[in-house]
Design a protein around this ligand. Structure first.
Ligand code: 5GP
Length: 178
């Protein structure tokens, strides 16, 4: 275990098993369809890598990079740092996310994709922190529900580091305070 990690919350094996389980569920749900698996950068990359191996329907892999501002306005804004290169019109889009916290980012991305004419927009997230929710957002497919703690690893960062850890863990407090 990395010396900055206080506790491993979800192991590599647990995540890999869950990706296979979700892959099977999604293969059934999207049977006969050709969905777009849309990963939100950068946090979803490792989860996408596992999940796409278990998807048995012909799927297109795309990525978007967005950053959200939970500022003064209640509706807020999402800034698109890297947009999709393909049209989603008439397509079934499955957003692949690392974690849902306030729900703000996803609610905005879903709204945007629907506005662009997607036939359906659903979410598969590795982690869900329902206690952090500020706007209504329910991911249809959830890997693990976790308590309201700040986690890193498996794609998730703290100041752009720890994404490469092959498990999800909680950082030691001294990492934030040093
Ligand atoms: P939301 O818009 O739902 O509040 O936030 C979603 C984004 O916030 C995630 O994609 C992720 O980048 C970041 N985030 C939320 N909670 C955590 C966490 O516990 N750890 C890390 N590393 N990022 C988080």
């Amino acid at each position: 275990m990395h010396s900055d990690i206080k506790e491993i919350l979800i192991s590599k094996q647990q995540i890999e098993d869950k990706a296979i389980e979700l892959g099977n569920i999604l293969s059934e749900a999207y049977s006969g369809k050709q969905p777009i698996l849309l990963g939100l950068l950068k946090g979803s990359v490792m989860f996408m890598g596992d999940l796409m191996k278990s998807i048995e329907v012909p799927a297109q892999i795309e990525f978007m990079d967005v950053s959200s501002y939970h500022g003064a306005t209640s509706s807020g804004q999402v800034k698109i740092l890297k947009d999709l290169d393909v049209s989603v019109e008439g397509r079934h889009v499955l957003i692949v996310e690392d974690i849902v916290d306030t729900g703000f980012t996803l609610s905005k991305v879903i709204e945007l994709l629907k506005h662009r004419g997607a036939s359906s927009v659903e979410v598969v997230t590795l982690l869900d922190k329902p206690e952090g929710r500020v706007v209504e957002m329910k991911a249809k497919y959830v890997g693990f529900t976790i308590p309201k703690a700040f986690v890193v690893g498996y794609g998730l960062d703290y100041n752009e580091f720890y994404r490469t850890l092959p498990y999800v863990g909680i950082l030691k407090e001294q990492v934030y305070t040093k």
